[in-house]
Design a protein around this ligand. Structure first.
Ligand code: NAD
Length: 458
């Protein structure tokens, strides 16, 4: 595929104003919806073929999320796209002011493998809704999902509007060398930095949805049984390969034993005595990641699990007891079904551990004390989080989803997915029936009036 030619074609298409017609955009999104609904089973099968993700998890965390985001966008598009009237200022009297939502132009979306369908489609829907053209590069590690995504998008959109370019690092590098009007990237921190560097060359705005080491705190007032159940779910869904999965557990010493017992029981309840036999527990995406995770298991004490099967890239749900902060598992984001447990006594202990790491994408706190939860939220900087549960803040499309610092730049979901793909163009319209002369030269003798005027009305 000639990448330069693809970009050129899309640029011409955008410049010729083909994407600006609001009703055309809405019709295309409706066509996309009917195609996605029709082919949901094929998508689910592709996800299973890629990493044995169960149909249930695929519907819950992939297809349903895309469908609801798409339905919401179709329903709200008219309101979101409409120029928004804002209050005029007296200094400009008489005037009116409006914010116009202008599409950036040609957008590049690069998506990861862990939620390969949702994380490709949701930004694409926002970009198209806002009136951009899109080149999507899905992950090379989920070839079945990328293939069906490409087929679906090609059946709905012409290539001038949407092109899917499959490939790995080499292809991504070629794409990043082009001049884009916006880049939306989801993936690792290291690649995020490569994307930001490439974008800087042309001052291209970016959204970077990255990862991090997201802590999960359980204090001595938490509902331990419920905490264990909710953490097992959020940690091991998608085989632990979730950007906002709790990465490590900080538990108050006094409730550790009780928590561990409940945690074990919840794992058995969810995945049976041998999770390898469970049809609900996905595999590690590839051998490289299997080996990376296996290294984290070396020389550690297990409270639960610790089993692997190289033939099938299987790692069991694992609880590691009190690893050293210098150990492999505590160095960076785990991104797998391994959960280190570290006990703490005081808030100072918590601080010592958490302040070792960059600002995470998420934070979870399980507590019966509202004041403790509020304190944690106010002291620590992180992308977003949940009190007394894991990962579910992601599901509220009224809230921005994104990181801060090393965990990302910018956020999306719901209306924000539309908004990030628009430049907000402020336009003031002046009227001619009055022209207050105070601003015009010559200025001699007008300073006092100017000061009064500006201090009163600005
Ligand atoms: P990755 O960074 O390895 O790959 C992401 C995308 O970037 C892929 O399409 C890949 O082909 C491309 N890529 C890889 N190397 C590149 C390079 N050198 N130059 C240009 N492009 C390159 O990430 P991954 O392994 O697919 O996903 C896992 C990471 O993504 C984790 O760190 C996870 O936390 C993060 N993540 C974040 C979110 C979020 O919403 N914030 C969601 C999912 C995953």
């Amino acid at each position: 595929m000639d990448i330069k030619q693809i970009v050129k074609t899309q640029k011409e298409y955008f410049a010729d104003q083909h994407t600006k017609d609001f009703s055309k955009r809405k019709k295309l999104l409706k066509n996309l919806l009917s195609e996605l609904l029709k082919r949901e089973k094929e998508i689910v099968d592709a996800l299973y073929a890629d990493f044995k993700k169960s149909e249930y998890e695929s519907v819950m965390t992939e297809t349903s999320i895309v469908i609801s985001e798409l339905k919401r966008t179709i329903k709200k598009l008219k309101v979101w796209a409409k120029p928004q009237a804002v209050m005029p200022v007296v200094l400009n009297f008489p005037s009116t002011s409006k914010i116009y939502k202008e599409p950036y132009g040609n957008v590049l979306v690069i998506s990861p493998w862990n939620y390969p369908y949702q994380l490709a489609l949701v930004p694409l829907i926002g970009a198209i809704a806002a009136g951009n053209t899109v080149v999507l590069k899905p992950s090379e590690l989920t070839p079945n999902t990328s293939k069906i995504t490409k087929e679906i998008l090609e059946s709905v959109f012409n290539k001038e509007l949407v092109t899917v370019v499959e490939g790995g690092v080499e292809t991504a590098t070629k794409l990043l060398a082009q001049r884009w009007d916006y880049i939306f990237f989801t993936g690792s921190v290291n690649v995020g930095k490569i994307v930001a560097t490439a974008a800087a060359k042309y001052l291209t705005p970016v959204t970077l949805e990255l990862g991090g080491k997201s802590p999960c705190i359980v204090d001595d007032t938490a509902n331990i049984k419920l905490a264990a159940r909710r953490i097992v779910w959020g940690k091991f869904i998608n085989g632990g390969q979730t950007c906002i999965a709790p990465d490590y557990l900080l538990i108050h010493t006094s409730v550790k034993d009780r928590f561990v017992n409940c945690f074990k029981a919840e794992i058995t309840k969810a995945y049976g005595e041998n999770p390898e036999k469970s049809t609900d527990f996905p595999r590690i995406i590839n051998q490289r990641n299997f080996e990376r995770l296996s290294l984290m298991l070396e020389n550690e004490n297990f409270l639960v699990g610790g089993n692997t099967n190289k033939e099938d890239n299987y790692i069991s749900p694992t609880l590691i007891d009190e690893p050293s902060l210098d150990s492999e598992v505590m160095k960076g984001e785990i991104f797998g079904p391994i959960f280190p447990v570290i006990s703490y006594e005081t808030e100072n202990d918590l601080h010592k551990i958490m302040s070792k790491y960059d600002k995470p994408l998420a934070l979870y706190v399980f507590t019966g004390k509202n004041s403790f939860a509020k304190k944690i939220i106010s002291i620590y900087s992180f992308g977003g989080g949940t009190i007394n549960d894991t990962t579910v803040h992601f599901a509220n499309h009224h809230m921005p989803f994104g990181g801060v610092g090393e965990s990302g730049i910018g956020s999306y979901h719901g209306k924000q997915t539309f908004d990030i793909f628009c430049h907000k163009k402020g336009i003031t319209k002046r009227y001619n029936w009055l022209d207050i002369p105070v601003r015009y030269a010559p200025y001699k003798g007008k300073l006092k009036t100017l000061k009064t005027f500006m201090r009163l009305f600005s």
